[in-house]
Ligand binder design. Structure first.
Ligand code: GDP
Length: 459
């Protein structure tokens, strides 16, 4: 935290401008060393929070590196709460690298990924869940994912967690009074009241938790595998879906590109279509291998779309694929219904009795809307409204909420059994601590490092 840190804050590549960012007590001093204002400032220093036009100049040989705008923002009203400098260079990798290297030579250290945001957290400007939202915001692939991350960054989740902690603290305070003055005749907090309070808090946590599955899918996207034997219409379906809602994607975190074919923006939900190349190929032996390979795709998928040519009787391969699908979440598309439907719903129910079945003719766009509706219904699961943006999206938060709820349930059970208050107190305090981990108030260095290691450089 003592060091002054620097990094290129914009994406690596060509652009109109690119930004080098510096944070720490030496920021201004470093800027003064390498920046020459175009206008003589008459010995005046650069004005706080005002853009100044000039050149980055190598102090050693006075060589001009780039024509830039710079801004100095003094602490504490900055992103990191430290002195911050931003240098707006031309968006060329050459200029950015040279400018950064001058900054580093002049006394800054290269920032680690996420270190600017980490400082914002460690300096108390944002809490841990807000810091986590920053990276979600940057990675968001759809408006909905962005909106949900923005809400979290604005502190919606933090506020709810803080309210829960306040409720628990109030209860803890009452219990403490009870334990401390148990001999005296002050107003008693009885077990019954404790149970009531804990139930209310537990309900609030459950309400938050009920949004977690949807939240995760909005944040991470839904992985969908389209499977079916050759010629049933898989490519046609993919094209129909993409025509309506292709998402613009540059990079997909946590996945290798070769396993993802396309990304859809399904009314705000990022949907990753997983490559099931294996199952496209026909010939016997290859088909076997294909089915083996598609198992991998199955395992990665949150949902399988199983396409069947409904205009023909079911074939051996269809049965084989159904067997592979097993108990996984599946939507069966009975395609080519324009040619007459030979396969019945009952036949499908016999092999996959949990499947959602849709009558379709994808080349005529029939069944596409129903398919999208069914996918969204799976995402929202009836618990969460599509307008809602206050969601638990992060698995770390979900785990901690579950732990807190379990501690509360244990405390409640003990209160119901009229166990001693000092024992009940331990579980309540534990719940309070778990909730604190979400916002980073009771958290270890390891967890903090883990959170920020997911960030990109320069953020
Ligand atoms: P894939 O091998 O599973 O990817 O199947 P394709 O999407 O390549 O489709 C195979 C053939 O079936 C193509 O000639 C499509 O035009 C045709 N096809 C796809 N969907 C339909 C449909 O709903 N009705 C009819 N009649 N033909 C379709």
């Amino acid at each position: 935290m003592e060091d002054t840190i620097a990094a290129i804050a914009t994406a690596y590549g060509e652009g109109g401008i690119g930004i080098v960012r510096i944070s720490g007590s030496k920021s201004k001093q470093i800027l003064d060393k390498i920046f020459k204002p175009a206008k003589n400032l008459n010995g005046m220093s650069i004005v706080n929070r005002q853009l100044t036009y000039g050149h980055i100049v190598s102090p050693e040989d006075n060589k001009i590196i780039d024509e830039v705008l710079v801004v100095f923002m003094n602490a504490p009203s900055t992103y990191t709460r430290e002195d911050v400098v931003e240098i707006y260079c031309h968006g060329s990798v050459v200029s950015l690298n040279k400018t950064l290297s001058l900054v580093l030579d002049s006394g800054a250290r290269l920032a680690e990924p996420g270190e600017f945001t980490k400082r914002a957290f460690l300096n108390g400007r944002i809490d841990l869940s807000q810091a986590e939202a920053v990276i979600d915001l940057i990675r968001a692939k759809t408006e909905k994912s962005f909106e949900v991350a923005l809400d979290q960054m604005e502190g919606h989740l933090s506020r709810k967690v803080k309210e829960l902690r306040d409720d628990l603290m109030e209860l803890l305070a009452k219990i403490a009074v009870n334990i401390d003055y148990s001999e005296e005749d002050i107003e008693e907090l009885n077990h019954e009241e404790t149970v009531t309070s804990l139930s209310l808090i537990g309900d609030k946590i459950n309400k938050l938790l009920s949004t977690a599955d949807t939240g995760r899918l909005i944040r991470e996207g839904l992985r969908v595998a389209i499977v079916g034997r050759p010629n049933v219409g898989k490519s046609s379906l993919m094209n129909a879906l993409l025509r309506e809602s292709r998402a613009i994607v540059t990079d997909i975190p946590g996945t290798t590109r070769d396993t993802i074919e396309e990304v859809l923006n399904l009314r705000g939900i990022p949907v990753y279509l997983i490559d099931t190349a294996g199952i496209h190929s026909a010939e016997d032996e290859i088909e076997r291998i294909g089915i083996e390979r598609s198992k991998l795709a199955f395992n990665r998928a949150d949902l399988i779309i199983f396409m069947i040519d409904g205009s023909e009787p079911l074939r051996e391969e269809d049965y084989l694929i159904a067997e592979q699908i097993g108990k996984r979440k599946v939507i069966v598309l009975l395609n080519k219904s324009d040619l007459g439907q030979k396969v019945t719903e009952e036949q499908i129910k016999e092999i996959l009795n949990h499947a959602i079945i849709i009558d379709a003719a994808v080349i005529h766009e029939k069944g596409i809307k129903e398919l999208e509706d069914s996918i969204l219904e799976l995402v929202y699961g009836g618990q969460v409204s599509q307008e809602q943006s206050d969601l638990v999206t992060n698995i770390r938060h979900k785990d901690l909420l579950e732990k807190a709820r379990n501690s509360i349930n244990e405390a409640k059970q003990m209160a119901l059994n009229s166990e001693p208050m000092d024992l009940i107190e331990i579980d309540i305090r534990q719940a309070w601590e778990y909730l604190g981990e979400i916002i980073g108030e009771t958290v270890t260095g390891d967890i903090i490092d883990q959170v920020f290691s997911r960030f990109c450089l320069g953020k």
